[in-house]
Design a protein around this ligand. Structure first.
Ligand code: TYD
Ligand code: MG
Length: 459
C-alpha cells in the first residue's frame, strides 16, 4: 500500500518542496523546512474524473447586483476607522502583532459593544477561563451574549460554532489551533493554513464575521499566518514599542476600506484607550525653545496629523558621520541631507545625525520633507525654530519646494492646534486658502526662502 505523501514546507513563506532543503529558494531562510504529511482526498472515479458538475456559470457584469455591506460598530472608533467604518458582517480580519502588544486586550474590549447586537464567541487557545474572566472584570466587559471557549482543536471549535451559531467569532490565536486530520504540529504552516481555511469557510457560509489573531515573530514577518493573509478580507497590524504606551493599528490590506487609515491607542490600567486626536498628544509633549525640532503635518488616510521631527546633529568622532532614522525612511533622510549639503553648503558629513519622529508615528509621505530639512538645518546651526511655526512640502533635488495634496485639511489642523506661521509650497497658495487674523500663510518655492523664514525674527 502507498504510504502517506511527505512534503517539506518552509516555515517562513510556505514554499513546498518534495525534498528537504537547507535554504529556501523563495525567501532565503536557512534551516526552515519542516516535514509534513499530506492526506490526499481520494479522487472519485467516473464522469469528469471526480470534478463537480454543478459549477457556477459565468455572469454578465452588467447583470450583477451591487452588494450592501452591513457594518457593526465595535465601540472603538479608532478600530472602526481602520476597518473602513466598522466591522463588515461575514468578513474575516487578521489582527497581527508582536506578543504582548495588546491584541487580546483589544478584542476582549470590543466584545462588549459587539454583543449588544451580535452573539460573540471568543475562542482562546492561550489563556485559561479564569485568567480571561479576571481580565474581563478588569476591563469592565459586560454582556450576556459573549461566550467563551478555551479550545485548540479546530474541529471541536467548528462543532461548537454549529450549535451556538455566533455572529462574530474571535480566534486567539491562529497559531495555537490544530486539527487531528493533519499530523503536523500546531503552529506549522499546514495547521495554520488549514485551520484558517476551515474557519473562513464556516464564517462565509454561515454569515459570521471572524477575527483571527496572529503572532508576529521578531523578524517582523508573521510566522505561519503569512500564508493566511491572502485568504482574509483585511489584515491589520498592531504596532508599538514595549517601552512606550502608545499603540498604532494600521490596515495592510482591506477589501472594504482604505489602507491609509491608522488608529491610535494608549495602553493603560484599564486596557486600551482611544486617542482620537493624536495631534494634541504630540503637541503636549513638545519641548519648548530647543534647536533641531520642527513641526510638520502629514495625512494619515483622511486625517491630518501634526508630527514633531527631532534632529540631533553632533560632531562625529569618526571619518564618516553616523546616521540613524526612526520613523522616517533612512534613504530619504540621506537624500535630504545630500540636498542640504549641496545646495546650502552645510557640512553634515562631519557630523553624526540622529533623526526621530516623536510619538512613534511613521512618516511615509513626501510632505514631511520640509519639516525634516528644517529640523536638520536647525540641528546643525543650533538655531531654534519658533514654536508657532509649522512646515509641510516636498523637497526636490534642486532644493525646490513642490506642492502637496490635502492642503486645506493640513492648514485647518495647524490653525486648530495654535500654529500662527505656516510654511507651505508656493504652488499650493490659492485664493481659497484663507487664514484667520493673526495667522500667516507663507508660500515658499525653494529651500533658500525657507531659510529666510527660519532666520527671520519671530513676531
Ligand atoms: P495582550 O492583550 O495580552 O497582548 P497580546 O494578546 O498581543 O499578546 O496584552 C498584554 C500586555 O498588555 C501585558 O503586558 C499587560 C498589558 N496590559 C495593560 O497594561 N493594561 C491592561 O489593562 C491589560 C489588560 C493589559
Ligand atoms: Mg494574547
Amino acid at each position: 500500500m502507498k504510504g502517506p505523501k511527505i512534503v517539506y514546507v518552509c516555515r517562513e513563506c510556505g514554499k513546498e518542496s518534495p525534498k528537504w532543503l537547507g535554504k529556501c529558494p523563495d525567501c532565503g531562510a536557512w534551516n526552515s523546512f519542516d516535514e509534513e504529511e499530506i492526506i490526499e482526498k481520494p479522487i472519485k472515479q467516473g464522469l469528469n474524473s471526480g470534478r463537480s458538475t454543478n459549477h457556477e456559470k459565468a455572469q454578465k457584469f452588467s447583470e450583477l447586483e451591487l452588494p450592501t455591506y452591513m457594518r457593526t460598530g465595535t465601540g472603538m472608533g479608532e478600530l472602526d476607522r481602520v476597518l473602513g467604518g466598522g466591522l463588515v458582517d461575514r468578513s474575516v480580519v487578521l489582527l497581527s502583532g508582536e506578543p504582548g502588544i495588546g491584541k487580546s486586550t483589544l478584542l476582549l474590549q470590543i466584545c462588549s459593544e459587539l454583543s449588544r447586537t451580535r452573539k460573540v464567541l471568543y475562542v482562546s487557545g492561550e489563556e485559561s477561563k479564569g485568567q480571561l474572566k479576571m481580565r474581563a472584570e478588569r476591563l469592565g466587559i459586560i454582556g450576556d451574549s459573549i461566550y467563551l471557549l478555551t479550545e485548540t482543536d479546530v474541529d471541536a471549535i467548528l462543532d461548537e460554532c454549529s450549535s451556538l451559531k455566533p455572529d462574530v467569532i474571535i480566534i486567539d490565536s491562529i497559531q495555537t489551533l490544530s486539527s487531528m486530520r493533519f499530523t503536523s504540529v500546531p503552529g506549522s504552516i499546514t495547521q495554520v493554513r488549514e485551520s484558517a481555511m476551515a474557519l473562513i469557510n464556516y464564517g462565509k457560509t454561515n454569515g459570521s464575521a471572524v477575527f483571527l489573531v496572529g503572532h508576529v515573530n521578531k523578524e517582523g514577518g508573521i510566522s505561519g499566518p503569512k500564508v493566511v493573509e491572502h485568504m482574509v478580507d483585511a489584515v491589520l497590524y498592531f504596532e508599538g514599542e514595549r517601552t512606550n504606551s502608545y499603540r498604532i493599528i494600521r490596515a495592510i490590506k482591506n477589501r472594504f476600506g482604505s489602507t491609509n487609515e491608522i488608529g491610535v491607542f494608549e495602553m493603560g490600567d484599564k486596557g486600551l484607550v482611544e486617542i482620537p486626536n493624536p495631534s494634541e498628544l504630540v503637541m503636549a509633549e513638545r519641548p519648548k525653545n530647543t534647536s533641531g525640532s520642527c513641526a510638520g503635518c502629514v495625512m494619515q488616510g483622511s486625517r491630518p496629523m501634526i508630527s514633531e521631527i527631532q534632529a540631533l546633529v553632533a560632531k562625529s568622532v569618526y571619518a564618516t558621520g553616523k546616521r540613524t532614522s526612526d520613523g522616517f525612511d533612512y534613504n530619504r533622510m540621506c537624500l535630504l541631507i545630500a540636498v542640504l549639503e549641496k545646495r546650502m553648503g552645510l557640512k553634515f558629513y562631519e557630523n553624526d545625525v540622529y533623526l526621530n519622529v516623536a510619538g512613534g508615528i511613521r512618516l511615509d509621505e513626501p510632505s514631511a520633507d520640509l519639516s525634516i530639512a528644517m529640523a536638520l538645518i536647525s540641528g546643525i546651526t543650533d538655531r531654534v525654530i519658533p514654536d508657532n511655526l509649522i512646515a509641510f512640502g516636498e523637497l526636490g533635488l534642486s532644493g525646490e519646494v513642490r506642492a502637496v495634496s490635502h492642503i486645506e485639511y493640513r492648514v485647518k489642523e495647524a490653525i486648530r492646534l495654535g500654529f500662527t506661521k505656516i510654511l507651505l509650497p508656493e504652488k499650493n497658495v490659492t485664493k481659497s486658502l484663507k487664514a484667520p487674523a493673526g495667522v500667516q500663510i507663507c508660500g515658499v518655492s525653494n529651500i533658500y526662502q525657507v531659510l529666510a523664514h527660519m532666520l527671520a525674527k519671530p513676531n
